[in-house]
Design a binder for this molecule. Structure first.
Ligand SMILES: *Cc1c(COP(=O)(O)O)cnc(C)c1O
Length: 362
């Protein structure tokens, strides 16, 4: 098979070393005679895998001791329902949840939360076509919101926060970091809850990571299903019911790999360089365009358009012939999108840049 570079937005590329290790351990994990898939989640082998993954993630993100790390199921959209069910007990009825609407994913969160509480869209960049993050001075936050929900990297629109939102004192900040977690340093202590579907920067689809401050574990609504009640999940070390064991194992390999590569700071430096290379090629003349304000262009997901959209099919075919895969944009916005997560090597970005230049006849 020829070398390919996979620019999928998710499920997405994983480090080759991780896949190779998983392949070599597939039938017999470290002399146990079992595949990880076949192990009891309560046995000593899997418990050791789980604890190592948890410890490595805690180290990578410098997660403070008063935060719990949960490995759950249901994806990012599942958490959109689980979050209100876990936090609305903080405030009296009628509860209000504040949102900042910066693109498709925060929009989906608003819609789901509206089933459980009143939602207040404190700011929206919809009128401008989701090309920016509204300035925090303009946010119309409500008094006594149950929490403030933001999506810090809009995967479809390619918009990434370059600041940490500051809700009023006592209002927890909830952040959907699905598509950029582990790509840059973060100060976990500024957040009440961080969540992420795994299939971008962590591992296989199905696993959802939740990092929650301990004092927020006590506010679940009575209707919250036990398997999705954060406190219950935390008390059972993510094993109230069977967790997605194989996905946790792969995530653990990814965490170990990131540590060996120099951790999140090293990833961030590489990601800055990768994004710089790609935006530079897109901005070079007007053959291509990315519409996002420069101050909040995503380092992970880079949507772009050909000036002459009748060339789209030819562009994609040429890319595929060169092993540059899954560059077609999301159906809701069209055009192209290059997702360049942690596991995309700089060589992949360079190959795409070379192709962009060649196709534009530069
Ligand atoms: C991928 C993604 C999700 C997760 O979606 P699921 O399909 O439910 O796992 C949520 N939020 C963002 C920002 C995403 O990129």
């Amino acid at each position: 098979m020829n070398q390919v570079f996979n620019f999928s937005a998710g499920p997405a590329v994983l480090p080759k070393e991780v896949l190779q290790q998983a392949a070599s351990e597939m039938l017999d994990w470290q002399g146990s005679g079992m595949s990880v898939m076949e192990m009891s989640h309560r046995g000593p082998e899997f418990i050791s895998i789980y604890r190592q993954a948890e410890a490595d993630l805690r180290e990578l993100l410098a997660v403070p001791a008063n935060y719990r790390i949960l490995f759950m199921q249901g994806g990012g959209l599942g958490q959109n329902a689980i979050i209100p069910m876990n936090l609305l007990g903080r405030v009296r009825e009628p509860a209000v949840i504040d949102f900042v609407h910066t693109g498709s994913w925060s929009g989906k969160s608003v819609k789901e939360a509206a089933r459980y509480a009143e939602v207040n869209v404190a700011a929206s960049s919809q009128a401008g076509g989701f090309v920016s993050v509204p300035a925090p001075e303009s946010w119309q936050l409500s008094d006594g919101a149950a929490y403030l929900h933001v999506c810090t990297n809009e995967t479809i629109d390619g918009v990434e926060y370059n600041f940490v939102p500051q809700p009023p004192a006592g209002v927890p900040l909830v952040a959907d970091m699905s598509s950029h977690i582990l790509s840059r340093r973060i100060d976990v202590s500024q957040y009440g809850v961080i969540f992420a579907g795994a299939q971008k920067n962590i591992g296989p689809a199905g696993l959802t990571l939740v990092i929650v401050r301990e004092d927020l574990l006590d506010y679940a609504l009575p209707i919250c299903p036990s398997a999705f009640n954060w406190k219950n999940v935390a008390e059972h070390e993510s094993m109230f019911n069977t967790p997605p064991t194989y996905a946790i194992y792969i995530a653990g390999l990814v965490f170990a790999h990131l540590k060996a590569q120099g951790g999140v700071a090293a990833m961030e430096a590489r990601n800055i360089e990768k994004a710089r290379l790609l935006y530079e090629a897109l901005d070079c003349d007007d053959f291509y365009a990315n519409h996002v304000d420069e101050s909040c262009r995503s380092r992970m997901n880079i949507p772009f358009y050909l000036r002459d959209e009748s060339l789209n099919e030819a562009f994609l075919a040429g890319a595929k012939a060169r092993g540059l895969l899954q560059l077609k944009g999301h159906k809701s916005v069209g055009g192209m999108r290059a997702s360049i997560y942690n596991a995309m090597p700089i060589e992949g970005v360079q190959a795409l840049v070379d192709y962009l230049n060649e196709f534009a006849g530069r």
